[in-house]
Design a protein around this ligand. Structure first.
Ligand SMILES: Nc1nc2c(ncn2[C@@H]2O[C@H](COP(=O)(O)OP(=O)(O)OP(=O)(O)O)[C@@H](O)[C@H]2O)c(=O)[nH]1
Ligand SMILES: [Mg+2]
Length: 684
């Protein structure tokens, strides 16, 4: 939280003004004299971004020095400092609180799940990496070690002379220059030997490997940060020569942006022949949007066309809203030993040295760049939080696409196991056999209580009854299996035609393939079987479904048998009714349950007395009584539906596993990220 929120109108002119070349005599001090960021635990952060290009005395406008100002003009460019000084109040914020809020934000950003394909997910992934690197590579190290040397990145067009300028400022060749384009492929950081430890430690760009160099950096070490210590460098200042921004080498371009995100001050260098190129303006607009402290060098300007070139460049800067007041022109000159003459680079060096040495300017630069980054979070963090919510919606959609077909399958199983649909075909044919041959009637007439026990009873059961039972069992299994097959096909095709679904399936297949390869390698190394050779194959039911369905149906039939026995015993104890063959009665009960809704229906009307849709119910009711049959049917049906549900759930789980396999999707990641953003904002 701000420890003192009272704005100080006289303090804290924007860094653009503060970092202007030495202010003309008599000009008001451009910056606050609050304790500088490096010294206290409190960081001065502007309430809002410093004045934009619309400022009437905008540095880019006619009143500013502009590139028209050569080094000498730039040095006398006090205009912007006067125009902006005191315009932007600062508040002092608690650096510890800010660090805590940033750490929290970093964790929340990292936790945002970007697992599923969605319209902007690729951009969101890039944005997440950028946000994390801005927090980890710049804001946190800078907050923790605010006294560390100020880091100036030279960035810009290839061949514009960045390396030449650095070597000239450093006073010795540290970065290779050359006619080969691009020349610099490893960033080279030059600083005073006393400062080199700070950059050798991994608190600046922690993920980048680094190497110390003696003498000139050799080209060809992409991806390494080369640390060059030079006695002539002013203390407290580090210059970073970065790969070009307009390179054919794409990595250079990304690299350059990464360095900018970790820099306190950007020195943008473009040449008379390249300043109009698109990458120049992309980069400058990026700097403008980030509101980073920015200086601009127009190099290799032929003396004859200087006014014309500088005028055009200034107009382009204005048109693009680039307000950097610190602009330098380096004329085309002869190099001496690869170095620029002192009058060409001197003003740039003086400006940089001054920025590093004068606390108020240093604070202003750090403040502007840090606030610039933090300001961008206001929109970028909620935008990422929106993506977290989009991800949840995509995941819910994928779940629905899989669940709906299985839910429909369950409804269908419930329907066909009630309306008599299963009592056709083979089942009906077996029933006819059973009835016509008189087996059923014989069984019904047999009133002797079986004394021989279950096994003997089974032996007695009529063969046709057994055939009937088999037909019934396979009809029930078939109902579940065909429902599951349809659901698998439907769910799979919904995923295949969904962008997120198909991408997820592809990733799951790849993960499975690499897992199989690892299994196979393990198996071939240790002779441990053949590994898991199953395909994902979601469009079909699991290969073991028929086995599981058979077990489930058999278990249900046993359950019905027990229900029937229970009802029968109860009935006998009440009315001393004769016992019936248990197997047959259970079989008939199953038929009656499966045709429950068909009884009395139009389909069943007018059927003869022996019809499969009517007779079983009549028999069961006659033997056990109306009410017990009703209760028993309900129990048996609930049990049947539950078993079917378990089977289908098991099938559905294969889909859920693919979704879960995509990664952990925190339901509240978006909300937490919003909160972390608000907490950070509250501190500014
Ligand atoms: N005559 C003259 N040559 C220059 C000047 N500045 C740079 N050069 C030459 O132009 C070529 C490119 O300069 P570098 O300093 O390597 O350019 P760079 O911006 O570092 O290029 P990349 O590393 O590819 O991004 C080299 O051969 C330099 O010697 C200058 O002001 N005058
Ligand atoms: Mg270079």
């Amino acid at each position: 939280m701000p420890s003192a929120a009272a704005p100080d109108p006289g303090a804290g002119a924007p860094a653009g003004a503060d970092t202007a070349p030495p202010v003309a005599d008599g000009a008001p001090p451009p910056v606050t004299d609050e304790a500088p960021l490096p010294v206290t635990d409190e960081a001065a952060v502007p309430l809002s971004s410093p004045g934009g290009p619309e400022s009437p005395e905008s540095p880019g406008g006619p009143a500013g020095p502009g590139p028209d100002a050569g080094p000498a003009e730039a040095n006398s460019g006090a205009g912007p400092a006067e125009a902006n000084s005191g315009a932007e109040p600062h508040v002092r914020v608690d650096a510890h609180a800010l660090e805590g809020a940033l750490l929290n934000l970093r964790n929340r950003i990292a936790a945002v799940p970007l697992l599923f394909e969605a319209p902007d997910v690729a951009e969101a992934k890039t944005e997440r990496v950028k946000l994390l690197s801005q927090v980890e590579d710049y804001l946190l190290p800078r907050l923790r070690r605010s006294e560390a040397p100020i880091l100036v990145s030279l960035v810009g067009s290839t061949g514009s002379g960045k390396s030449t300028l650095i070597n000239s400022i450093v006073g010795m060749p540290v970065s290779a220059t050359g006619v080969r384009r691009p020349t610099t492929n490893s960033p080279v950081l030059a600083c005073h030997p006393d400062d080199v430890e700070w950059f050798a430690e991994n608190n600046f760009l922690p993920s980048l490997p680094r190497v110390r160099q003696e003498g000139l950096a050799r080209p060809g070490r992409d991806g390494l940060l080369v640390l060059a210590a030079a006695e002539d460098m002013p203390r407290g200042l580090a210059l970073l020569d970065t790969p070009d921004i307009d390179s054919v080498v794409k990595a250079h371009h990304e690299f350059a942006y990464q360095f900018l995100d970790a820099s306190d001050l950007w020195l943008f260098v473009t040449s008379a022949s390249r300043y109009a190129d698109a990458p120049v303006w992309q980069m400058l607009q990026h700097a403008r949007d980030r509101d980073a402290s920015l200086g601009i060098v127009l190099s290799r300007v032929p003396t004859g066309s200087r006014a014309e070139l500088v005028g055009h460049f200034t107009a382009m800067l204005d048109a693009n809203g680039i307000s950097a007041p610190d602009r330098f022109v380096i004329p085309e000159t002869r190099l001496a030993g690869g170095m620029l003459p002192p009058e060409a680079f001197g003003p740039v060096r003086a400006w940089l040295t001054d920025t590093a040495r004068r606390d108020e300017r240093r604070v202003a630069v750090l403040t502007q760049t840090m606030s610039g980054v933090l300001d961008t979070f206001r929109a970028r963090v909620p935008a990422l939080a929106v993506q977290a919510e989009v991800q949840l919606a995509v995941r819910a959609r994928l779940r629905r696409q899989a669940e709906e077909p299985y839910r429909d399958a369950l409804t269908e199983v419930a329907r066909v196991t009630r309306d008599g649909s299963l009592l056709r075909g083979e089942v009906q044919a077996r029933w006819q056999d059973f009835v016509v041959t008189g087996d059923l009637m014989r069984t019904l007439r047999s009133r002797k209580a079986p004394r021989q026990g279950k096994r003997a009873r089974k032996r007695q059961a009529p063969e046709r009854g057994a055939a009937m039972k088999t037909a019934l069992r396979s009809a029930l299994e078939g109902a579940v299996i065909s429902g599951a097959d349809r659901a698998a096909e439907d769910a799979d095709s919904r995923w295949c035609t969904d962008a997120a679904g198909s991408a997820m399936l592809l990733a799951a297949e790849q993960a499975r393939a690499s897992g199989r390869k690892a299994d196979w390698l393990f198996a071939s190394a240790f002779g441990d079987g053949e590994g898991d050779v199953r395909e994902l194959n979601l469009g079909k039911s699991a290969p073991d479904l028929p086995l599981r369905a058979a077990r489930a149906v058999s278990a249900w039939q046993d359950h019905v048998m027990r229900l029937v026995q229970h009802a029968e015993q109860h009935k006998r104890s009440l009315s001393r009714a004769a016992a019936l063959d248990g197997d047959t009665l259970a079989l008939v009960t199953v038929l009656a349950i499966l045709g429950e809704n068909a009884v009395g229906s139009h389909a069943a009307a007018g059927l003869d007395d022996s019809d499969i849709l009517t007779l079983p119910r009549r028999i069961v009711t006659a033997v056990l009584g109306d009410e017990p049959v009703h209760d028993m049917f309900q129990t048996a049906r609930a049990e049947l539906n539950e078993r079917a549900r378990l089977l289908l759930d098991e099938e559905l789980r294969r889909f859920s596993e693919v979704i879960d396999g995509a990664g952990r999707c925190d339901e509240v990641a978006g909300v937490r990220l919003y909160q972390a953003g608000f907490m950070l904002e509250a501190l500014q």
